[in-house]
Write a new protein. Structure first.
Length: 414
């Protein structure tokens, strides 16, 4: 075994025995690394989990990319486009695309005997992906929606149902105002809850046929096409591909196609989510600094305690660089010990929250009911490697204190 590592291990083992000042120094250094690493692991898991859950809710009720009329900048009042099979085939053949579905919307109002509520009636067809709604369905069932027949059944959110005292099986009357007032009676088929107020407070889900009839559109016309990409990280490339194929083209009624990503449609939400990245970097920098400075203080204490030993080593012919390597090796032992505890604590907290959800949030404020956690081994490895490298780098400068220790004086040092 290398003699430097041998001496470092002997110092480490004697420190564990609690000689003089070393025991608190070792504990401080180990605790600093452990706490800093645990906080970084938990923070990264929470922020990444929160971003992904909110993003999934935004695109879950819509899509990663929306193709609509260029005049349909507002989702509430849409100019129809022709969404026939040929257009769907063009989009589906693109390698970045995993699913497409048509939809239409109609603004209106729900009225009961003692209350009323503004709403958006969203119509979907038979190709609609029911996975998201099924996951957030609380009561009832999701009916089979088509573009060829009216089901007269509707899904309402929990917030709307509570405001209007609705339950599964109830009849509700909806009204739509244009040149005249049109009414439609619908039956509550199910109640969903996404905890995303933008959707829960507005959207009722029914069949595409009903909404197109209310809008007075042709059977081939729709409000837009919702598109899901295979890899969200390739969202911009997928949208560019769609734009190159259909943007600025017109349908048979003269409407111009326009493709937009969910980030372009909801910029305020995604800008807010992007700000969380700044929080992550602030936490990582602060915790790395805490870990590094506790290691510096621990190293300086150990060097001062071992001044006599340093003098003896110099008297025996060891140079400053060799002695510095001894104490840096000792520091790596301490950092490794702290990192083991930090991983145990941090990952344990993440696993407990992931499976048992003890920490809860107000969904009206945070859009989620529990603190979200995303377990990501890749991020944990990067945090560990970064902590190790930065902590050791921060110890290089303090280790030069050894160069100022003179053998004659230090051998007599008590």
């Amino acid at each position: 075994m290398n003699w430097k590592l041998f001496i470092a291990r002997r110092i480490y083992k004697s420190n564990e025995g609690g000689r003089k000042v070393s025991k608190p120094a070792v504990r401080i250094a180990t605790a600093g690394i452990a706490i800093g690493l645990a906080v970084m692991i938990v923070s990264v898991s929470v922020v990444i989990g929160f971003k992904h859950q909110v993003r999934n809710k935004v695109v879950g009720m819509g899509g990663d990319i929306i193709v609509s009329s260029i005049d349909g900048a507002q989702l509430y009042q849409m100019t129809p486009i022709v969404g026939n099979d040929s257009l769907m085939d063009v989009i589906n053949r693109m390698p970045e695309i995993s699913h497409t579905q048509r939809y239409s919307v109609k603004p209106g109002m729900i009225m009961t005997s003692d209350n009323f509520q503004g709403m958006m009636l969203k119509g979907v067809a038979q190709e609609y992906d029911r996975t998201f709604l099924q996951k957030h369905l609380l009561e009832g069932e999701i009916p089979t929606f088509t573009d060829s027949a009216a089901s007269n059944r509707v899904l309402v959110s929990r917030s709307v149902a509570d405001k209007l005292s609705l339950k599964v099986g109830d009849k509700l009357y909806t009204y739509y105002i244009e040149n005249n007032i049109r009414a439609r009676r619908l039956t509550v088929s199910g109640i969903y809850q996404t905890n995303f107020s933008y959707f829960d407070d507005l959207f009722l889900i029914t069949d595409l046929y009903t909404v197109n009839r209310l809008n007075g559109w042709k059977p081939e016309q729709v409000g837009g096409i919702e598109i899901t990409v295979k890899d969200y990280s390739q969202l911009t490339q997928a949208n560019d591909c769609i734009r190159s194929s259909i943007n600025d083209q017109t349908d048979r009624y003269g409407e111009i196609y326009c493709s937009r990503t969910s980030e372009e449609i909801y910029p305020q939400i995604f800008d807010w989510l992007n700000l969380l990245d700044i929080n992550i970097w602030v936490i990582l920098i602060l915790m790395t600094g805490v870990a590094g400075f506790t290691m510096i203080s621990g190293l300086l204490i150990i060097i001062l305690e071992r001044t006599n030993m340093i003098g003896v080593l110099k008297a025996l012919g060891a140079d400053n660089a060799s002695i510095r390597k001894i104490f840096l090796s000792l520091s790596v032992f301490l950092i490794g010990r702290g990192m083991i505890w930090g991983n145990i604590i941090g990952i344990s907290v993440c696993l407990i929250q992931y499976y048992f959800h003890p920490f809860r949030l107000d969904p009206a404020t945070y859009y989620v009911s529990t603190v979200p956690i995303e377990l990501h081994i890749g991020w944990y490895l990067l945090i560990n490697i970064g902590t190790l490298l930065i902590s050791v780098s921060m110890l290089i400068a303090p280790s030069y204190l050894i160069s100022h220790i003179h053998p004659a004086k230090s051998i007599r040092f008590e």
